[in-house]
Write a protein that binds this ligand. Structure first.
Ligand code: FE
Length: 342
């Protein structure tokens, strides 16, 4: 997949002589997002720029391991994954490199990128409260902090502490309060569990709809998928649930958000094309499409939210720099363990 040194001069000359697509003008992308959720954008990128994109998909952890094992010999130029905690892991593992781009500096809000430009967000998701509309009123809900109140005893479903989304949420709580208060909150939260953590976010949403518990905390796109689903049973789940945006009060920090993001690999030999592709993914057109198909919120200001979530209104999001979520991850996991969050 790599350009050979021998082939370069010939191809460079050809590109001067013709406007046709040069097959080896390429960029190699490792993506933890499924092919269907990214490929149409890559096809458009090739049409517009003539740069071919070679796409390899896999699970988040598998692709990161692959980048680490391949090291300098990795053909990858770009890595897409989800959750700032995972992007931080990739940076710490040494598989990413910082880049300079005025376009990206302008388009990506500073809290949604790595402080040293190792990664940039492509989309946002909020991790918020969902409640059973027939058993809970929005007036009873307020903040993440309040979920530890004994009034919720036996009423909260949430997935395991092994999941990075919850680790990142706790990482954000560690920025909002000191360790002692965060531990106290965690201890109270775990006491309110309706059942030992089991399943993913969608399973928690279904459990609330089925009456196993009254509230949960889940990422917005899982709810958006249920809303958009063609299956009557999924639509029925969504209809039973209310969305509550936490910590919206005056002076409060807002709802916890996380991202999908992208970084240029340390081994990249097509760095210029790699940056060009990131810039393309942050164009208005790409942002609109990517947010819609993933049921996520765009990163670039002024782009509409996905149709599945637009009806639930606007909300204030926590402006915490997401680099902090990665930095706080280890401590968050230790504290969840102390609280007995399985
Ligand atoms: Fe997810």
């Amino acid at each position: 997949m790599k350009k050979t040194a021998l082939a370069l001069p010939v191809l460079a000359l050809m590109s001067l002589l013709s406007n046709t697509v040069i097959a080896s003008d390429e960029v190699n992308l490792y993506s933890a997002r499924q092919e269907a959720l990214i490929l149409p954008l890559l096809v458009n990128f090739t049409k517009e720029t003539g740069v071919m994109v070679n796409l390899i998909t896999g699970s988040d952890d598998q692709l990161l391991r692959r980048l680490q094992v391949e090291g300098d010999a990795s053909p990858a130029d770009l890595f897409i994954t989800v959750d700032a905690g995972r992007l931080h892991r990739a940076k710490e593992a040494g598989v990413l490199q910082p880049i300079e781009s005025d376009v990206l500096t302008e388009k990506v809000p500073s809290n949604l990128k790595n402080v040293d430009n190792y990664w940039y967000s492509l989309s946002q998701r909020a991790r918020v409260i969902f409640y059973a509309k027939d058993r809970v009123t929005p007036e009873e809900l307020s903040t993440y902090e309040d979920l530890a109140d004994p009034k919720w005893k036996g009423r909260l479903c949430i997935r395991s502490s092994g999941n990075i989304y919850n680790q990142s949420l706790v990482g954000s709580m560690l920025e909002a309060a000191d360790e002692a208060h965060t531990q106290e909150w965690l201890n109270g939260l775990v006491k309110n569990f309706a059942r030992p953590p089991v399943g993913g976010d969608t399973d928690q949403l279904k459990a609330v709809a089925a009456g196993e518990c009254d509230i949960t905390v889940a990422n917005t796109y899982y709810f958006g998928r249920l809303v958009n689903s063609k299956k009557a049973e999924s639509q029925a789940v969504a209809e039973k649930l209310g969305v509550f945006w936490p910590n919206q009060g005056k002076g409060d920090r807002g709802a916890h958000v996380n991202v999908s993001g992208i970084g240029v690999t340390a081994s990249s030999e097509n760095k210029e094309n790699a940056i060009k592709l990131i810039e393309f993914l942050l164009s208005d057109k790409s942002q609109t499409w990517y947010a819609e198909i993933n049921n996520e919120y765009p990163v670039v200001n002024g782009i509409s939210p996905p149709s599945s979530l637009a009806q639930y209104g606007e909300f204030k999001s926590d402006q915490l720099n997401l680099t902090k979520l990665g930095e706080n991850n280890r401590r968050a996991v230790e504290m969840m363990d102390i609280a007995g969050w399985k």
